[in-house]
Design a protein around this ligand. Structure first.
Ligand code: GLY
Ligand code: MN
Ligand code: MN
Length: 381
């Protein structure tokens, strides 16, 4: 069983949040305050669940942070007071019975006037209500401020992600002997989920994609009742969540012996994946890395069948910045964690996708996914 970050074992509802510890948490607040100064905001109201967790350490599902130059307040309700007090020691915890009333009190106490809000997360209904009730405040759209900080992971965050990736690797290896003709996609997905949780995952990073034969041509297929058949390509895309952090990997295997078409598809995707991983370096843009894989797949004649981006950032969310895609302008920096996942999808036949989670280092990248990428032919008598 994998233990918590301190190696002390037992997890409970008020455990210190391993992705957020003392000095590091304070640094996150300091960096955010710098951004507030740049944007001439005196306050940021943070309501997004992952942003809230990232800044405060609080893992509850409801609450808001009010961050000013010298105050950090967490407003939540009765259900979470004890938990918030334990998890967010650097925040003043305020209980609310009426959120807007308490928010107004807190904003007044700290003389907040120009208040940024996460315009990419807040709903129109919330925004309208805030403006109606707190009309004296100048509400300023401030999207992506915390997300920008979240792009660069600290060693402690990477530890969580490495464990999440290791859980997925081990679970997959244990699933392989069960992959034979007759077993359904749904049963295999269920078993894979069970194995990951059994190995210590908090839960799934996202719903498992496990698609056999022609279903594999749907990049985001939902596992169904189709039994595996000899000759199928089976795409398995899954990840564990550990300490709040996600992993994300895909492997594609063959049931029985691979035909020539299958071998060709697999070798093109593998070559593109290896080349793209080798291209991940600080200073490169997402566009440049995407293009390495895309060019190889285009040259092989399957450009139209690779219709998605090469990869994406991973962290508290399974999909976050930066993007490795034809639109991914962000320049890679050490500490960014991204996926590299080219694929080819042939309607009526099937798909191949191979995905690793990697971390950008000073000189290139470190691969967190350790499962083999050889083409496995499984379930043969
Ligand atoms: N779960 C879809 C992906 O790999 O991004
Ligand atoms: Mn994936
Ligand atoms: Mn992915």
């Amino acid at each position: 069983m994998i233990k918590d970050a301190q190696g002390k074992g037992v997890k409970g509802p008020i455990q210190a949040n391993p992705g957020w510890v003392g000095a590091e948490g304070m640094q996150r607040l300091a960096k955010l305050r710098e951004k507030l100064r740049e944007k001439e905001l005196d306050t940021l109201l943070v309501t997004g669940e992952q942003n809230r967790r990232y800044l405060s350490g609080f893992t509850g599902s409801a609450g808001a942070l009010v961050i000013t130059a010298d105050a950090a307040v967490l407003i939540t309700d009765f259900r979470y007071i004890e938990q918030a007090t334990g998890q967010a020691p650097h925040f003043q915890i305020r209980r609310h019975d009426d959120f807007l009333q308490t928010l107004e009190e807190v904003l007044n106490e700290h003389s907040c006037q120009r208040v940024g809000f996460e315009s990419d997360i807040v709903t129109y209904a919330q925004y309208t209500k805030w403006r109606e009730r707190l009309g004296q405040i100048e509400w300023v759209a401030a999207p992506g401020l915390v997300e920008e900080l979240r792009m660069i992971k600290t060693d402690d965050e990477l530890d969580q992600m490495e464990k999440a990736a290791a859980i997925a690797d081990i679970a997959w290896e244990e699933l392989l002997p069960q992959m034979k003709p007759g077993v359904t996609e749904r049963d295999l997905a269920l078993e894979l989920e069970f194995l990951m949780r059994r190995k210590g995952a908090d839960g799934l990073a996202f719903d498992i994609i496990l698609a056999a034969g022609p279903n594999g041509a749907l990049p985001h297929a939902v596992p169904g009742d189709r039994p595996l058949q000899t000759g199928d390509l089976v795409v398995m895309d899954f990840g564990a969540r550990y300490g709040g952090y996600c992993s994300d990997m895909t492997r594609t295997v063959v049931i029985g012996e691979a035909c020539q078409h299958t071998r060709t598809l697999y070798s093109i995707v593998l070559e593109a994946q290896l080349a793209a991983v080798a291209a991940v370096k600080p200073g490169k843009t997402g566009i440049e890395v995407d293009n390495v894989a895309r060019e190889l797949i285009i040259q092989a004649g399957y450009g139209e069948q690779f219709g998605h981006g090469l990869g994406h950032g991973v962290g508290l969310a399974v999909h976050e910045e930066p993007r490795l895609s034809p639109k991914g302008e962000t320049v890679l920096q050490p500490g960014m964690a991204v996926t590299v996942e080219p694929g080819i999808y042939v309607p009526g036949f099937g798909g191949v996708r191979i995905e690793d989670l990697v971390v950008v280092t000073e000189t290139g990248c470190r691969i967190l996914t350790n499962s083999t990428k050889e083409m496995l032919e499984l379930g043969q008598a």
